[in-house]
Write a protein that binds this ligand. Structure first.
Ligand code: ZN
Length: 326
């Protein structure tokens, strides 16, 4: 069984920069690359397999085929792959926005998933900051008035960030990535966003981008977000590990490897996604086969992948999901 290198899908939203091309090895004809969707089975941008006999297939097609082979045709299980992982390069501030939870999304958005997400600050400029929830409790009516009179930025928590910081953005939490921040985002597989405030900017068609105030008022938690949990890093021989997200949708560990880290085979894990955010790694599997992983690369390890090692000096985000037993 081979590790699968993934070709991401790109998005050129107006606030994007060029660092994903110049520093993270991404190839695209787009002038700016706001987002690369590194692990995606979402219809708005799908990952494509770059190697092995599955080369050229979308990850979604591969997983459907894999699932059918395992449990038989007709199971829709893998067609709703639960996680989406992105790199996001914010050259300008992103709009202040909020996402619904599963319950609201299923009722009001044609059965789509809600969106809880986790941010890992891969890199940022000095003085960069982001919006994380409100700075005080408001009633829904006060929240709406604050938006309507253009005073929302006075009511939000603006948090300065540094490399390696982690934010868990539960559905319903108002948020915005600030200019000069490059993040890895691990999120539920959903593209549902309610835009609340866009700094009165114009979109690429010269018109202001649409806001979704009513829905945002419905879903926003109008009290301050819980204090941020900082990731606690544990040192081992050859690497440091920190669980940066652990929720029903995904589990992600930041691995700072100086020499080598070893991982045992399978163990009920349905997949593993590796995203190298710094340095370069050698993925060693099958007793000595080596695959180089460069900064910005994404590799998907299928279910039941054997034991492997990551070698070299690198920082790699390792996301897994354990499916419930059938
Ligand atoms: Zn978001």
């Amino acid at each position: 069984m081979e590790p699968l290198k993934l070709l991401p899908a790109f998005q050129d939203y107006i606030w994007g920069g060029t660092r994903l091309r110049t520093e993270f090895g991404k190839h695209s004809n787009l002038e700016r690359i706001a987002e690369s969707w590194e692990l995606s089975c979402h219809e708005a941008g799908q990952s494509v397999i770059m190697n092995s006999v599955h080369k050229g297939m979308t990850l979604k097609e591969y997983l459907e085929q894999d699932w059918a082979a395992r449990v038989g045709e007709g199971s829709a299980r893998s067609s709703v792959f639960p996680v989406l992982i992105k790199l996001i390069d914010a050259c300008q501030d992103l709009s202040v926005q909020v996402h619904p939870d599963d319950r609201y999304a299923r009722e009001h958005e044609n059965g789509e998933n809600g969106k809880t997400e986790c941010w890992y600050i891969v890199d940022c400029e000095e003085g960069a900051a982001l919006v994380y929830g409100l700075n005080r409790e408001l009633t829904k009516a006060e929240f709406r008035t604050t938006i309507e009179k253009g005073a929302l930025m006075d009511a939000v928590q603006l948090v300065p960030v540094k490399k390696g910081d982690v934010f868990f953005i539960e559905a319903g939490t108002l948020h915005a990535i600030g200019a000069g921040i490059l993040i890895a985002e691990i999120q539920q597989n959903s593209n549902l966003t309610y835009r609340v405030y866009d700094y009165d900017r114009k979109g690429s068609d010269g018109k202001p981008r649409e806001l979704h105030i009513d829905k945002a008022v419905d879903v926003t938690k109008t009290w301050p977000a819980p204090p941020r949990r900082s990731a606690s890093r544990t040192e081992y021989e050859g690497y440091t590990a920190a669980v940066i997200a652990d929720c029903p949708y995904f589990t992600t560990t930041e691995m700072h490897i100086t020499e080598e880290a070893s991982f045992p085979a399978g163990g009920g894990v349905s997949y593993t996604h590796l995203l190298c955010t710094e340095g370069e790694a050698a993925l060693v599997y099958d007793d000595g086969v080596t695959m180089p992983i460069m900064k910005g690369d994404s590799v998907f390890l299928p279910a039941n992948f054997g034991a492997y090692q990551l070698r070299g000096e690198n920082c790699t985000l390792l996301s897994t999901q354990t499916l419930p037993r059938r």
